[in-house]
Design a protein around this ligand. Structure first.
Ligand code: ADP
Ligand code: ZN
Length: 742
């Protein structure tokens, strides 16, 4: 009889290795979850591969505890992609594999929905809205999950916590929930949270409302012609040029072939509007995956992707790892968006770059859409690696907006608003247009200062000033969350204090004084914390009830407000003089995105950009030659300096209770290995804001023109750095292709 196979298992730990077990009973498949004894604990692990032998004598190996999945949850294609990612990002395989699963699945929740499904009744929803069950918090929690999450199975209910099952039964007794047996054990029959659409699995599309423009048609044709092989397409289309319509047509064809579509959008781009557009077009269940979902809703959406019930998966960053058997296309909307980069925690990755690799391995096309493509993607297009498709015109008859600079040095200012801007706003409002005002700073004012002694309110835990929040009467740190009462007098000399500078809250207040008759809306993280609140603000603007919209970055993304005729960028200067080589790119993207909000309907739009540096080459090249003109200048600078996309970067980052410890660890790491000639080490240096939440941050940059050399160096260097005594005293992480340098 053949010997039982050795099972190589990855567990969710930062260890750069797998662990060998004997298959006890049934032999699990690679990509399936198992429970394994690990030290004195039982852990969930993922089978990476089966082998014939082990470095450890068989007699010393333990057996798998139990096999959780008869079918793999990570299929061979996904498993291979994740192994590639672990190598490319030089990150421990276990943490990479587990990053591909929703939290509850990591803890061992069944991959398929059970047969009994609980759902809230209308009475239950009403009771929840009326804040019932104050004294039965567990029941309230379960009811809230049911109302939010459609239908949940026993596993999902149990995952809500101890006594959740009892609470669910109590809700049924009250008539606020019902428990029903699913009609058949087919997993495709289970429906649920995070998924929309009830249509038949065939995924038939409803008729498109209009004919494509010639440019849209050309884009669809080019991409569709490559449907059976890998191809990367950079779809460069200004806002409103009909990119989403192109995605919809491509998805239509993919579904008609019986394949599935993966659509990735930025954190803030997954609006009810966008989901609604897909749901309205396709009579097929759509799984939506994003960070705001509760654990159970996420599990359900993931199960829908795994079972194949959802033919479309629409999600943010981590959805790049969604199970997608029969994948036919990947779309990344707003591919330049920074939220595709995971820049925190251990496993730091670019969902965009992984998506391109995923498409390549799956042999399917990928569409990278943007009005303001990243310089990386533009460079890839110039090199012939991506095919570039242009949508230069707006769909419908809208004209591109006119951009102009407003010289802040020559203008009288009122709380950051120049007379010229105020007068132009008045003209547009009188002409029944809507106005959008963008400022990348929330709160009332960025600084609170004493008018006598010069005291400035600073954070005790960060190298940062505290932001004034006037309405809430609080002083807050936007870096660590510190929060204190707003003083009216200087704590050192007792004299009066004053709020200096502008945030969105103050701009809103000023505009309310200047235009008392005009209804205003504000959009930033202080007023909008949840999806429903965002939807409510967007609805007020879309309906025309609110005529002025003031906001942060949130206002620049994807929403369609056809009556906005004027967009104002209150201060362009943050991006002009930064130590971060990407700041200029982000500024140009923001300006173009804000401009894209103006004049989407049939009326032409106008854009005003306030600056103290109207002669800055970045601004002038952008205004005179558009985003492409700007990109040409910026790419030439990057080539000169050897920055990405010409050079390759990795950042070793460390933080500790003292700056000395953080820097010392990096300095030791630097001394470990003399870099080959192709590699340059820069640093260690303290971060620009070294102290954040009482920890001190520093970084060491590894730079090379040669990608292979860079990775070879990291392969040799990182395990040694990991073994340094200092590695256990500091928190550290490697960031390959970092987006932000600080
Ligand atoms: P983008 O995604 O590039 O911002 P959208 O696809 O959202 O652009 O299109 C902008 C607006 O134009 C939408 O209201 C959309 O319904 C409409 N639209 C798109 N394509 C066409 C077309 N071919 N003819 C008429 N209207 C169109
Ligand atoms: Zn702070």
């Amino acid at each position: 009889m053949a010997e039982t196979p050795i099972v190589r298992v990855a567990v969710d730990t930062p260890l750069r290795r797998t662990f060998d077990y004997l298959a006890g009973g049934a032999v699990p498949q690679p990509g399936a979850r198992v429970r394994v004894p690990f030290g004195r604990r039982q852990l969930v692990g993922i089978v990476l591969e089966l082998g014939a032998d082990s470095g450890v004598p068989r007699g010393k190996l333990k057996s798998i505890g139990s096999v959780l999945d008869a079918e793999p949850v990570l299929d061979a294609e996904l498993l291979a992609l994740l192994r590639w990612a672990a190598e490319y990002y030089h990150h421990p395989i276990g943490e990479v594999l587990f990053a591909a699963l929703p939290k509850l699945a990591r803890e061992g929740a069944p991959a398929r929905a059970g047969r009994t499904l609980w759902a809230a009744t209308a009475d239950g929803a009403a009771a929840l809205a009326a804040s019932a069950l104050k004294r039965a918090p567990r029941q309230r929690e379960v009811l809230s999950a049911l109302v939010q999450g459609d239908r949940l199975d026993a596993g999902a209910i149990a995952a809500l916590g101890t006594n959740a099952r009892e609470a669910a039964h109590a809700l049924v007794k009250r008539g606020w929930a019902v428990a029903r047996e699913a009609p058949d054990p087919d997993p495709a029959a289970a429906t649920g949270a995070g998924s929309v659409g009830e249509g038949e699995a065939g995924g038939r599309a409803r008729a498109s409302p209009f004919a494509l423009t010639p440019e849209q048609q050309a884009a669809v044709d080019a991409i569709a012609a490559a449907h059976d092989r890998f191809g990367a397409f950079l779809l460069h289309g200004i806002t409103g040029s009909g990119k989403t319509e192109v995605y919809l047509r491509l998805v239509e064809q993919v579904l008609a072939r019986g394949e599935r579509a993966l659509i990735l959008v930025p954190e803030i781009g997954l609006t009810p509007q966008l989901v609604g557009r897909f749901a309205a077009r396709f009579a097929t269940p759509i799984a939506t995956l994003h960070s705001a979902l509760t654990g159970t809703a996420r599990l359900t959406a993931w199960r829908d992707a795994l079972s194949g019930r959802a033919r479309i998966v629409l999600g943010t960053r981590s959805a790049v790892f969604a199970p997608m058997a029969g994948l036919g296309i990947i779309v990344i909307d707003e591919e330049h968006d920074a939220s595709f980069k995971q820049h925190e925690g251990g496993f730091r990755y670019s969902a965009r770059d992984i998506a391109v690799m995923r498409a390549q391995r799956a042999g399917v096309p990928i569409v990278l859409g943007s009005a303001t493509p990243s310089l990386e993607s533009l460079h890839n297009a110039q090199q012939g690696r991506y095919a570039r498709l242009e949508l230069p015109r707006r769909a419908g008859e809208a004209l591109p907006p006119r951009l102009a600079l407003v010289d802040l040095r020559a203008e009288a200012l009122r709380n950051g608003l120049s007379t010229h801007v105020v007068e132009t706003m008045r003209r547009h409002l009188e002409g029944h247009g809507q106005v959008l005002v963008f400022l990348n700073r929330r709160g009332y004012a960025p600084t609170l200062a004493c008018t006598a002694c010069g005291w400035i309110a600073g954070c005790t835990s960060c190298d940062a000033r505290l932001t004034v929040h006037a309405r809430a009467a609080r002083l807050k740190c936007h870096h660590c969350g510190a929060d204190a009462a707003l003083p009216t007098r200087c704590p050192t000399c007792g004299y009066e204090v004053r709020a200096v500078g502008q945030g969105t809250e103050r701009v809103e207040e000023t505009l309310a004084m200047l235009f008392p008759q005009v209804p205003l809306a504000r959009l930033d993280r202080d007023v909008v914390r949840r999806d429903e609140e965002l939807a409510a603000v967007l609805a007020r603007v879309a309906s025309g009830e609110a005529r002025i919209l003031v906001g942060t970055q949130m206002v620049t993304k994807g929403h369609d407000f056809p009556d906005v005729t004027l967009a104002v960028v209150l201060n362009a200067d943050h991006g002009l003089f930064s130590t971060d080589f990407r700041a200029a790119e982000r500024l140009a993207q923001t300006i173009v995105q804000v401009a894209g909000r103006a004049g989407r309907g049939s009326r032409p739009g106008e854009v005003l950009i306030q600056t103290e540096y109207p002669g800055h080459p970045l601004l002038t090249s952008l205004l005179e030659r558009g985003y492409d003109g700007f990109a040409g200048t910026a790419l030439a600078e990057r080539r000169e300096a050897g920055w990405p996309p010409f050079g390759r970067l990795a950042a070793l980052r460390a933080s500790a209770a003292s700056l000395h410890e953080a820097v010392e660890f990096l300095a030791e790491a630097r001394r470990l290995l003399a870099p080959p000639p192709a590699i340059r080490l820069l640093g260690p240096a303290p971060a620009a804001m070294a102290r954040r939440a009482d920890r001190f941050h520093a970084q060491l940059l590894v730079e090379s023109i040669d990608r292979t050399a860079l990775h070879r160096f990291l392969d040799a260097w990182l395990p040694q750095a990991e073994g340094l005594p200092g590695a256990r005293r500091v928190r550290w992480a490697l960031d390959v292709d970092p987006l932000e340098l600080f």
